[in-house]
Design a protein around this ligand. Structure first.
Ligand code: FAE
Length: 529
C-alpha cells in the first residue's frame, strides 16, 4: 500500500462514519450580521487580561483572589455556554477548525467543514505549521493533557536566573495540583484494550534499549475507568481530543477559571478579539476590540481602557499583538521582542507495519497519551518522545511519536506590515538535528522490532513542520524584567508560553503555569498590594 492508498483506505473507513446520521448535526447557527459600529464610548476596566490559556487563567485566579476585578478578553467561544458540542476526530464538526472549510489535523484532512469559530486553529508558515487552541481555556481545550514537569538540569540550563529549588519545591507542585494532574493506574493500563498502542509502544522501546516513563495527564483517569465500564458518557474512549473533549478532561474552564469565577470578580468576554493596543500619554492602554460572531465577522466594535494589562494571548498571539501594535500605533516595544523563538524541538514521526503479524497497535485507542520515551541523557541523540495515540477507528498498525528535541538555533519573529501578518525566520536548518534524532530513533526501533518509517503518514516519514509547542519571543528576563513586565512598561505584563526561550525539553503547559504562578506572586506583591 502506498501513502495515497493508505489515506484513501483510511478515508473510506472514516467517510463511512462521517456519513452516519448526526455527523454534521451541530453546525453553526446562522448568525445575523450587523453592520460594524464605530466606537462611541471608551469602557474603563481595572485590569484586562487578553487570552484565557494557561497564563491568562493563572492571572485571572490570582488577581481575583486579591480582590481585583478582572476582565478577560478571549477571541474564541465560551464552549460551555455556547451550547455547542466538541466533535470527535473521526466525525469532525464545528469545533474542528477555526474558520476553515477543511479539517486541519496533522494528516488525513479529507473532511470538509462549514466555516465556524472552532476550537483548533493552525497558522501556516513556509516551513512550519503551528497548531493552537481557541476558546475559553485556550490550548487546554484541544491539547493531549500531558502534564510533564521538565528535567531540573534542563530547567536550570534554560532559566539560570530563576530559583530552581523554589520551582521544584513550590511552583511546579502548585501548578500540577491546580491543573488536576493525575496518573493512570497500572492495572488499568495493563488490561484496557484502548491502551494496547501504549503497551506495544513501551515494549518495543524497551526491546530497542530505550527508557520508558509514565506520564501524568490532566484527563481524569477515574472518569476514564468509568467510561471503560460504560458508567458515564465516553470522551477519551470515543475519539475526542484535538477538537475538544466533552467530558473527562480538566481543561482550564474546569480548574483555574472556575475558581476565579467563584470569587465573583471575573468577567469573561468571549468572542472578543483584540486587534491592537495603543498607549495613552497617561500610560494607560486603549484596546481596539472586535466582537465577532461564529463566522468570524465583526458584529460590534469596542474600545476598552485599562491602566494594567496582562498579555496572555499565547506565544503567537502575544507576539502578533505587540509587533503589530508597534507598527500601527507606535506602542513602545523592546527590540528583544521577536527574538529567541522556538518550536520546543517538536518533530513528529511514526512507524508503519508495527506488530503487523501480531495484532498491530489496536483497533480502539484512547486519545489520551500516558507514556513517553526518555532519551534525553544520550549525548549524541538527546530527545524525549510521547508515545502518541492514533485513534483512527481502525487498526492501522502504526505508531505515532511527537518528539521533543533540544534547540540548536533559535527562530525570529517579525511583523510584516504590508502582509499584515507575522513573519517567521525558520527553515530546515533549524530542524536538521531533530531529523537526525528521528532517523536514529526509527532505525533503532525498526531494527529491534520490525516496522518501517511512516511514509504512509508523512512525506518521507517525517513531520518536520509540525509544531504544537510554539515558545519564546518575549523571553523572561530579556524582553521582560524578571517577573514578566515588558521592558519599558510599568504595567504591561506578559504571561504565557512566549516567556520560555523556545525550548523546555518536555510538553510545556506545566512550565507555563508554574512560571505564571511565580510571576503573579511577585507582581501582586509589588504592584497590587
Ligand atoms: P494558549 O493556551 O494558546 O492561550 C492563548 C489564548 O489567547 C487562546 O485562547 C487564544 O484564542 C487567545 N487569543 C489569542 N490572540 C487573541 C486576541 N488577539 N484577542 C483575544 N484573544 C486572543 O496560551 N502541551 C502540553 O504540555 N501537553 C500536551 O499534551 C499538549 N498537547 C497539545 C496538543 C495540541 C493539539 C496542541 C495545539 C497543543 C498542545 N500542547 C500541549 C501545547 C499547549 O496547549 C500550549 O503550550 C499552551 O496552551 C500554551 O499556553 P498559553 O497560556 O501560552
Amino acid at each position: 500500500m502506498n501513502r495515497k492508498e493508505f489515506i484513501q483506505t483510511s478515508g473510506l473507513g472514516l467517510a463511512a462514519l462521517l456519513l452516519a446520521p448526526g455527523a454534521f448535526a451541530a453546525q453553526a447557527p446562522a448568525s445575523r450580521r450587523q453592520p460594524a459600529r464605530r466606537p462611541v464610548d471608551i469602557t474603563d476596566k481595572e485590569v484586562v487580561v487578553i487570552g484565557s490559556g494557561y497564563g491568562g487563567s493563572v492571572a485571572a485566579l490570582r488577581l481575583c483572589e486579591q480582590g481585583v476585578p478582572v476582565t478577560l478578553l478571549e477571541m474564541g467561544l465560551d464552549w460551555a455556554k455556547s451550547g455547542e458540542k466538541f466533535s470527535t476526530m473521526i466525525s469532525p464538526g464545528p469545533s474542528a477548525a477555526w474558520l476553515k472549510t477543511r479539517t486541519i489535523a496533522p494528516f488525513f484532512n479529507v473532511f470538509p467543514l462549514k466555516k465556524f469559530t472552532g476550537a483548533l486553529d493552525r497558522l501556516d508558515f513556509e516551513h512550519i505549521k503551528i497548531w493552537l487552541g481557541r476558546g475559553v481555556g485556550g490550548g487546554s481545550l484541544v491539547n493531549g493533557g500531558m502534564a510533564v514537569t521538565p528535567r531540573p538540569d534542563y530547567f536550570r540550563e534554560i532559566f539560570p536566573d530563576l530559583d530552581a529549588d523554589k520551582f521544584y519545591g513550590h511552583y511546579f507542585p502548585l501548578a500540577n495540583r491546580e491543573l488536576g494532574a493525575n496518573t493512570a493506574s497500572e492495572d488499568f493500563l495493563d488490561s484496557c484494550e484502548f491502551y494496547k498502542f501504549n503497551r506495544v509502544g513501551e515494549a518495543e522501546a524497551v526491546k530497542a534499549g530505550f527508557r520508558t516513563v509514565r506520564v501524568p495527564n490532566v484527563y481524569d483517569f477515574g472518569y476514564m475507568e468509568k467510561e471503560y465500564r460504560n458508567e458515564v458518557p465516553r470522551s477519551a474512549l470515543a475519539g475526542e481530543v484535538i477538537y475538544g473533549n466533552n467530558h473527562g478532561k480538566l481543561s482550564l474552564d474546569k480548574t483555574y477559571l472556575k475558581k476565579a469565577a467563584a470569587t465573583g470578580r471575573l468577567e469573561i468576554l468571549a468572542q472578543h478579539r483584540v486587534n491592537h493596543i495603543r498607549q495613552q500619554p497617561d500610560k494607560s492602554y486603549l484596546l481596539d476590540v472586535s466582537v465577532i460572531d461564529t463566522q468570524g465577522e465583526e458584529v460590534a466594535h469596542k474600545t476598552i481602557r485599562t491602566p494594567k494589562l496582562v498579555l496572555a494571548a499565547g506565544t503567537m498571539g502575544s507576539l502578533e499583538l505587540l509587533l503589530k501594535s508597534r507598527s500601527l500605533t507606535g506602542l513602545p516595544v523592546d527590540a528583544q521582542v521577536g527574538q529567541q523563538w522556538g518550536n520546543n524541538g517538536n518533530f513528529m514521526t511514526g512507524r508503519n507495519f508495527v506488530q503487523a503479524f501480531s495484532g498491530g497497535t489496536g483497533y480502539r485507542q484512547s486519545t489520551i497519551p500516558v507514556g513517553g520515551i526518555d532519551n534525553w541523557t544520550d549525548p549524541e541523540h538527546p530527545f524525549f518522545t510521547e508515545i502518541a495515540p492514533l485513534p483512527m477507528g481502525m487498526n492501522v498498525a502504526t505508531s505515532l511519536y511527537l518528539m521533543v528535541n533540544r534547540l540548536k538555533k533559535h527562530g525570529q519573529v517579525a511583523y510584516d506590515a504590508p502582509r499584515r501578518g507575522l513573519r517567521l525566520d525558520w527553515d530546515a536548518s533549524h530542524t536538521a538535528h531533530m531529523r537526525a534524532n528521528a532517523k536514529y530513533f526509527l532505525k533503532t526501533m525498526n531494527k529491534a522490532n520490525g516496522g518501517t518509517r511512516a511514509h504512509l503518514l508523512f512525506h518521507n516519514g517525517f513531520g518536520a513542520d509540525i509544531c504544537y509547542h510554539p515558545l519564546g519571543g518575549i523571553v523572561l528576563g530579556k524582553a521582560t524584567d524578571k517577573i514578566g513586565r515588558l521592558n519599558g512598561h510599568q504595567h504591561l505584563y506578559v504571561l504565557d508560553g512566549s516567556l520560555i526561550p523556545g525550548t523546555i525539553g518536555v510538553n510545556p503547559f506545566v512550565t507555563i503555569t508554574a512560571i505564571a504562578e511565580y510571576c503573579l506572586e511577585h507582581i501582586i506583591r509589588e504592584d497590587f498590594s
